[in-house]
Design a protein around this ligand. Structure first.
Ligand SMILES: Cc1cc2nc3c(=O)[nH]c(=O)nc-3n(C[C@H](O)[C@H](O)[C@H](O)COP(=O)(O)OP(=O)(O)OC[C@H]3O[C@@H](n4cnc5c(N)ncnc54)[C@H](O)[C@@H]3O)c2cc1C
Length: 457
C-alpha cells in the first residue's frame, strides 16, 4: 500500500517537499496551503506594465539548490541574471550615496587598495580595517553575534557603515543579536582557515573570484516572468495534489498514523511534513512535545514593509546600479532600496523607473505597522532626498510581510539541532522552511529536500 504523506504549508519549502515526494515511488502526497494561493512569501504580479515582486525578487545563484531545481523543472532557458553593467550598489553616508568599493564582499574588502578613494569610511575606519590581517584568530568556537565578530575583526566603523546595512538589506536583522554561525558561516570559516577575512577574500579573488560573480547569472538569478514562475511550475507538476484554501488546524496521533484536522475536514496520513513558519508549527506540536513547541516558539521573526514606486524616468533617472542600503546610524526610514528596472531586464516599460523600498525589520519594528499613507510619504521623502526624485509617482504599492523574516539569534543552530532531534522522535514527522537553516530561497529548497529524504525511503 502507498505511504500517504501530508505536507502543510505551500511556500517554496512545502512546494519543494511535495514535489520531491511526488517523485518517490510508493508515496502519495497531498500539499495543504491555508491561503487561496501557493507560494507563501513568493508572489509576482503585473501592474501598469510593471512586474512587481512582492516577496523575493531573486535568489543566490551560487547556492546550487535553486538553479538545480529550476533546471530540473525545465526552467533553465527562463533563468536570467542581473544586468551585468549595473552590478553595483550604494551605501548612504550623510545624505549621499557612495558606491560599494570593488571587491567588497558583504562586510569585508578583498584588498585595501580598493578602499583608498571610498568616502563610505573615514581614514581612521580604513586604517582599522587594514589591521584585520594582524588580529589574532578567536580561540573560542562558540557562536557570537555579527556585531561582535565585525567589531573584533574589522572595527566599529566597518560594522556601522557596511556590515550592518548590508545584512539589514538582506534579512533586516539586528547585528547585536544575529548569529554569525547561522547567518554568515563563511566568515568564521575564513577566520578559522586563513586567520584573516581580508586574506581569505584576496585568496579567493586570485583563485577565481569571491563568488560575487558566478559564471552565467552573476551572484543572483531570477526568472524572466518573476519568481512566481518557479511556484507555478511546481504547482503545475503537483496538480490536484496541491489544495489551496485548506488550513491545518490540529494534528493528533491515531494508532501509527497522523490524524490531521483541516478547515476542509479530517484527513489521515502515515507521515507529516510541517513546512510552516515556526510559530505555526509550535502551536500544532504543543500537545505532542511541549519542549519542542517552546523551542519553535522561541525562534524570532521580524516584520517588514515593502513599497514599489514607479516614476517617469525623467523624474527619477536611476543610476546604473542595483540599489542602495542605509546604515542604521543614518536614522532614516528607508532600510534598503532596489532599483528594480535597473536590476533585471523586463521589469518596467521603457521610460519608467521602478524602485522597491524596504522599511521596518528587526531594528525598526514599529515602522512597518504605520498606515500605508505614512509609509508611502516617508519613503517618498527619502527618495526625494537621496535620489532627487521629482514629480509624483505613476503608482505606488505598499506590501506588509508580518513575521515573515526569521531572525537567527546567537545560539540558533543549537536550538535547531535540538528541534530536529525532538521532531525526529515523533514518528513520521519532518519540519522544514525558512525558520531553520537559511532564509534564502535556495536554503529553503535544500532544507525541504533534506527533510523529506528520510520520509520517502
Ligand atoms: C519581502 C521579502 C523579500 C525577500 N527577498 C528574498 C530574496 O530576494 N531572495 C531570497 O532568496 N529570499 C528572500 N526572502 C526570503 C524567502 O522568500 C523566504 O524565506 C522563503 O520564501 C520562505 O519560504 P517558506 O516556504 O519557508 O515559508 P513561507 O513562504 O512563509 O510559506 C509558508 C506557508 O505556510 C502557510 N501556512 C501557515 N499556516 C498554515 C496552516 N496551519 N495550514 C496550512 N498552511 C499554512 C502560509 O500561508 C504560507 O503560504 C524574502 C522574504 C520576504 C518576506
Amino acid at each position: 500500500m502507498a505511504k500517504r504523506v501530508i505536507v502543510a504549508g505551500g511556500g517554496i519549502a512545502g512546494l519543494t517537499a511535495a514535489y520531491r515526494l511526488s517523485k518517490a515511488p510508493g508515496v502519495e502526497v497531498e500539499l495543504l496551503e491555508a491561503s487561496p494561493r501557493a507560494g507563501g512569501a513568493i508572489s509576482t504580479t503585473r501592474e501598469h506594465g510593471c512586474l512587481l515582486e512582492h516577496g523575493p525578487d531573486c535568489f543566490l545563484a551560487i547556492k546550487p539548490a535553486g538553479v538545480a531545481l529550476c533546471s530540473e523543472l525545465g526552467l533553465e532557458p527562463r533563468l536570467i541574471g542581473t544586468i551585468a553593467e549595473n552590478r553595483k550598489s550604494f551605501v548612504e553616508r550623510k545624505g549621499k550615496l557612495h558606491a560599494v568599493p570593488e571587491g567588497f564582499y558583504l562586510m569585508a574588502p578583498s584588498s585595501m587598495a580598493s578602499l583608498a578613494t571610498s568616502r563610505i569610511f573615514s581614514t581612521k575606519g580604513k586604517a582599522r580595517m587594514a589591521m584585520e590581517p594582524l588580529i589574532p584568530r578567536r580561540k573560542e568556537t562558540t557562536d557570537e553575534s555579527l556585531a561582535d565578530f565585525v567589531r573584533r575583526r574589522l572595527g566599529k566603523e566597518c560594522l556601522e557603515r557596511m556590515a550592518q546595512p548590508m545584512i539589514a538589506g538582506i534579512t533586516t536583522a539586528d547585528p547585536e543579536k544575529l548569529s554569525m554561525r547561522a547567518a554568515m558561516p563563511q566568515f568564521p570559516e575564513m577566520e578559522e582557515k586563513h586567520g584573516s577575512i581580508i586574506k581569505a577574500l584576496a585568496a579567493r579573488m586570485i583563485g577565481g573570484g569571491t563568488g560575487a560573480s558566478g559564471p552565467r547569472y552573476g551572484m543572483f538569478a531570477t526568472l524572466d516572468g518573476g519568481m512566481q514562475v518557479l511556484v507555478d511550475a511546481l504547482a503545475g507538476v503537483l496538480g490536484p495534489r496541491l489544495r489551496t484554501g485548506v488550513r491545518v488546524q490540529s494534528v493528533a496521533r491515531e494508532g501509527d498514523r497522523w490524524a490531521v484536522a483541516t478547515s476542509a475536514g479530517p484527513l489521515a496520513a502515515d507521515a507529516l511534513v510541517l513546512a510552516l513558519p515556526s510559530p505555526a508549527a509550535a502551536s500544532l506540536l504543543r500537545p505532542h512535545d511541549p519542549r519542542l513547541a517552546e523551542l519553535l516558539a522561541s525562534l524570532h521573526c521580524a516584520s517588514v514593509a515593502t513599497v514599489h514606486l514607479a516614476f517617469r524616468e525623467a523624474d527619477l533617472p536611476l543610476p546604473a546600479a542595483m540599489g542602495f542600503v542605509v546604515p542604521a546610524v543614518e536614522n532614516r526610514f528607508t532600510v534598503a532600496a532596489s532599483f528594480t528596472s535597473r536590476k533585471f531586464p523586463g521589469r518596467a516599460p521603457g521610460g519608467v523607473s521602478l524602485v522597491r523600498v524596504f522599511a521596518g525589520g528587526a531594528t525598526r519594528p514599529s515602522d512597518s505597522t504605520l498606515p500605508d499613507d505614512d509609509i508611502r510619504r516617508r519613503v517618498l521623502a527619502d527618495l526625494r532626498d537621496l535620489l532627487k526624485a521629482a514629480g509624483e509617482p505613476l503608482f505606488s504599492n505598499v506590501d506588509r510581510h508580518e513575521g515573515a523574516m526569521p531572525q537567527y539569534h546567537v545560539g540558533h543552530l543549537d536550538r535547531v539541532d535540538e528541534i530536529e532531534k525532538r521532531a525526529a522522535a515523533l514518528p513520521g514527522l519532518a519540519l522544514c522552511g525558512a525558520s531553520y537553516r537559511g532564509v534564502g530561497v535556495p536554503d529553503c529548497i535544500k532544507n525541504a529536500e533534506d527533510a523529506v529524504a528520510g520520509l520517502a525511503r
